[in-house]
Ligand binder design. Sequence first.
Ligand SMILES: [Fe+2]
Ligand SMILES: [Fe+2]
Length: 201
Amino acid sequence: MSDDAVFLPRDLPLWQDAKPYLDVRNNDEHTIVAYGLARALLDQIPEADPAVVLPAVVLHDVGWKKIDPAHLLDAIDKKPGFEHLVREHEIHGVQIAREILRRHRPEGVDIEAVLAIIDGHDTTRHARSINDAVMKDADKGWRATLHGVRTISAWYGWSLPEFFDMLETRSNPNMLTPQGRALAEGITAAARAELQIGRYL
Ligand SMILES: [Fe+2]
Ligand SMILES: [Fe+2]
């Protein structure tokens, strides 16, 4: 699928500039999936602003490029001694995103609002605004998608039953909007059924 079938025209230049920073840890693919989920959530949550949420999704993980690849999984898994790397990817991400946003100055986009969401998207868990909540639900909702399941299971060597337990006990209940939770739980329920039928993955 071509990039312009996924991204709105306003966000395509941001995506092109973000891509060189997203070639670690499947972040490019993760970003595409999260962007799709965000668009679906935005259709259901009219009080959120697509001109803030969608650029934030495109740029939220560019900072991982600056983190030592040897410790990426330690950081995501919050292994003792590596938690600070999660915060560091946010700080680097804000710097990189600021450069990209100022280069393009996309029409109608509040650059500071986008940066505020990137800054803290993983280290704060609550909804700091409805735009923050939709961005976080799209980011975390990715875990339940086929791409998320495949990617995360491979990182940690989890079995599928272990993975679904994590989704149902730790990830889905922490979604921040009712729409995000329904989306994640619906995807998970369908995936569990496929697993039961024996055709999943
Ligand atoms: Fe992140
Ligand atoms: Fe992410």
